[in-house]
Design a protein around this ligand. Structure first.
Ligand SMILES: Nc1nc2c(c(=O)[nH]1)N[C@H]1C(S)=C(S)[C@@H](COP(=O)(O)O)O[C@H]1N2
Ligand SMILES: [Mo]
Length: 360
């Protein structure tokens, strides 16, 4: 599900085009329109004023060139999906249908969604295909409405344990019901991203954002259907292709500065990066240079427990070749595991390490 896997996904997708077409027709009444028409409609969208706003404190950002910004600008936000062409949905024809193991079906229109009390929340989204040290992870301030409220309206049956969300293009994700109904977690139908309507490639007009879960099991873009069901009775797109049915984001950290394989001048410099365990929160980051002791890095202020956090450590670099590694500690006291795991089936693990040359 990294870029190459996504490409493999493309082939699977093309092969399944007919089936997908039927699925898309069956799941929603939203119409796909021309991309020019929809981008004009998108530009004209006025997002309502949120009930609360997220303030990103100045102390959330260290001034270190090359360090990932704590909030990722939309144009730099990573993108992963199986869509050969970005779905074009006219919001006025968008509908979300909530059905399955519920007392009564709920249908929501764009106008109804925008009329609800929307809230801002900051959350980091990560792809399960992200390698240790990889860049398939970004953070945004989202505007949306809690999915738990809509599920409560529908009246969820006690035997349900999963919500299968479907995109207009047939992509599906399986999200644990308990995560969506958790009153302490902002699992939302998002309409805004960093103060803008969702960019088309990030799900305009409506997508899901669920703090703490990898995107493939939670972050359905162009969402049109929520089927309240059971893990025993339904499987999602990537699970059918060998990935785990459940995907909590793993505790991880990354070195952004200095660059892996780069060169720096000897003397006072800085090592810096980001660390994340969305919804659990980060309480510490440790850095090791060569075989030296693990040193505590300084943490920037977290925007929320659902976002990554920047860290930095001053370093007096001596000439020669060096290896630097980092590991994070989360709010439960867990130290990031050294055990190396590949992305499949449920996310990579291990310590990020870089090598560099320090010139005299
Ligand atoms: N409709 C649709 N939604 C999707 C996907 C997809 O292929 N199709 N991919 C998921 C995956 S694997 C990830 S990691 C996130 C990425 O969201 P982004 O592209 O906005 O970063 O979207 C999720 N939502
Ligand atoms: Mo992903």
């Amino acid at each position: 599900m990294d870029r190459s896997t996504t490409r493999r996904g493309f082939f699977a997708w093309t092969g399944a085009a007919v089936v997908v077409g039927i699925a898309a027709a069956a799941v929603g009444t939203a119409m796909q329109s021309g991309s020019r028409a929809v981008s004009a409609i998108r530009r004209a969208v006025h997002l309502p004023r949120p009930l609360n706003t997220v303030t990103v404190p100045a102390s959330a950002s260290f001034d270190v060139p090359g360090l990932s910004p704590v909030i990722t600008p939309n144009a730099q936000f990573y993108r992963i999906d199986t869509a050969l062409v970005v779905p074009q949905i006219d919001p006025d024809s968008w509908r979300l249908r909530i059905h399955g193991l519920v007392d009564h079906e709920v249908t929501l229109t764009w106008a109804q969604l925008l009329a609800l009390p929307l809230r801002e929340s900051a959350a980091t989204l990560s792809c399960v295909s992200n390698d240790v040290g990889g860049d398939l992870i970004s953070t945004a301030v989202w505007l949306g409405y809690p999915i738990r409220e809509l599920l409560a309206q529908a009246g969820v049956h006690p035997d349900a344990d999963m919500v299968l969300s479907t995109s207009i293009d047939g992509f599906t994700a399986s999200t644990p019901l308990e995560t969506l109904t958790d009153p302490k977690r902002e699992a939302i139908l998002a309409v805004g991203m960093n103060g803008q309507p969702l960019p088309p490639e990030h799900g305009f007009p409506v997508r899901m954002v669920v703090p703490g879960l990898y995107g493939y099991v939670s972050a359905t873009k162009w969402v049109v259907d929520l089927n309240v069901t059971r893990f025993a009775d339904a499987t999602a797109y990537w699970t059918e292709r060998g990935w785990a049915p459940r995907g909590p984001i793993k505790l991880e950290s990354r070195i952004d500065v200095p660059q892996d394989g780069g060169q720096v001048k000897a003397g006072k410099t800085v090592i810096a990066g980001v660390a994340w365990h969305p919804h659990t929160a980060i309480t510490g980051v440790q850095v090791q240079v060569d075989d030296g002791p693990w040193q505590h890095a300084q943490l920037a202020t977290a925007v929320s427990a659902d976002t990554w956090v920047q860290w930095r450590l001053p370093w007096n670099a001596r000439a020669g070749s060096h290896t630097i590694r980092c590991r994070a500690i989360d709010a439960s006291g867990t130290v990031q595991t050294a055990t190396v795991a590949p992305p499949a089936p449920n996310g990579a693990s291990g310590w990020h390490s870089i090598q560099l040359q320090v010139s005299a």
